[in-house]
Design a binder for this molecule. Structure first.
Ligand code: KG4
Ligand code: ZN
Length: 358
């Protein structure tokens, strides 16, 4: 089964083709192509993603990206067995671009259309680089990106229990806003991480807002406020390169410690022995190192998808789509964008056990 996956929910226009051998989760998945066109330059001046600019860029990029993914896979559209597309959550303008193209393509080639939940894509992304001997489910997943901070217990394909999520800023936002206060550009995560290299992680004790040990929700807005207060206290005279480096290191450490604490507590709570980290912030080196160490100490197996698959991509959407289609689930042409779509409401999308769309 060969599935095209299209992702346009935020600021990446992405498409990929995967081939599924057998049935997921046990079957093997082969990544035949993976094309991602980012928009960093377009949004850099604004310090964050500007939805209208993102939609326009998706319109410009979607055709070359999809054609590129088919060409890289050595295929024509007619060779596909289905078209999967992110239906939400995300920015409505971007979602509509991907959905429109996916509908047109599915109709033209008379193959099923599959609307995919973006977070289910992230959740199944480890299946793309899973070693043969690792059973895929169950696991706890920490999904950390510019738009999401969620802890999920993935018990089985399609069976996800939301354990916790951020009550205010997403963790990527905490990095992006912190970066601005440290005089760094967008995206803030890599900039803060680079500045923090060699800094003193204990220079300032920023709050680890854990709320309640029995709950798995996150809150990052207090941390951002603490950094602002510290910058004001230090004053301009105190803003030496060494001090900024230490602030970045201490700030990053507070974020990393919070994520690790919650993720390990979630594994303990659910009894899961595997922990998957996905999303852009999963690229953070300090998080990868410290979490790996602490997870192993707790006899847990941490799993980070390949860096390229941590970020938004079409491959993860294709995998989720393939898994749904293999279970006879597809969408029809009434598929609509769902900008807000809680993971816990995964079922209500218009799935039916049909073949051709329309
Ligand atoms: O998953 P992603 O590419 O896009 C979505 O938001 O869906 O995540 C982007 C976020 C940005 O907030 C960026 O600052 C953060 O991931 N990020 C990082 C690192 N690389 C990207 N945060 C911390 N450390 C990094 N190395
Ligand atoms: Zn994402």
């Amino acid at each position: 089964m060969r599935i095209l996956g299209i992702e346009t929910s935020c600021d990446e226009t992405a498409a990929a083709v995967v081939a599924l051998e057998g049935t997921l989760p046990e079957g093997r998945i082969h990544l035949l192509s993976n094309v991602v066109q980012g928009q960093l330059q377009i949004h850099a001046d604004y310090g964050g993603v500007v939805p209208e600019l993102a939609s326009r860029a998706h319109i410009r990029h979607i055709h070359p990206v999809v054609s590129g993914a088919l060409a890289q896979a050595g295929m024509e559209a007619g060779d596909l067995d289905g078209v999967a597309v992110t239906a939400g959550p995300g920015l409505v303008g971007g979602l509509l671009v991907g959905i429109s193209l996916a509908k047109g393509l599915a109709l033209a080639i008379r193959r099923p259309l599959i609307g995919v939940h973006h977070l289910e894509g992230h959740l199944v992304s480890p299946l793309l680089s899973r070693p043969e001997d690792v059973p895929p489910f169950p696991f706890v997943a920490l999904l950390v990106s510019g738009g999401h901070t969620v802890l999920v217990h993935a018990r089985e394909f399609g069976d996800y229990q939301l354990l916790g999520q951020t009550l205010d800023d997403a963790v990527g936002e905490a990095f992006d806003k912190g970066a601005r206060m440290l005089g760094l550009g967008y995206p803030g995560g890599p900039a803060v991480a680079a500045l923090a290299e060699g800094g003193n992680t204990e220079a300032v004790h920023f709050p680890r807002i854990l709320l309640d040990r029995q709950r798995f929700d996150f809150s990052f807005s207090g941390l951002k406020t603490a950094l602002r207060a510290q910058r004001q206290k230090d004053g301009e005279a105190g803003a030496t390169p060494e001090r900024l480096r230490d602030l970045a290191a201490s700030y990053q450490e507070a974020i990393v410690d919070t994520l690790i604490f919650k993720a390990l507590a979630a594994c303990h709570h659910t009894g899961a022995s595997r922990l998957v980290i996905a999303g852009g912030v999963g690229a953070n080196r300090r998080l990868r190192e410290k979490l790996s160490l602490q997870a192993r100490e707790a006899s847990l197996a941490p799993f980070f998808p390949a860096l390229a698959l941590c970020m938004d991509n079409g491959a993860m959407i294709a995998v989720a789509g393939a898994a749904r289609l293999a279970r006879g689930l597809s969408s029809d042409l009434s598929l609509d964008a769902r900008p807000r779509w809680p993971l816990t409401e995964l079922a209500p999308i218009r799935y039916h056990s049909g073949d051709d769309p329309g």
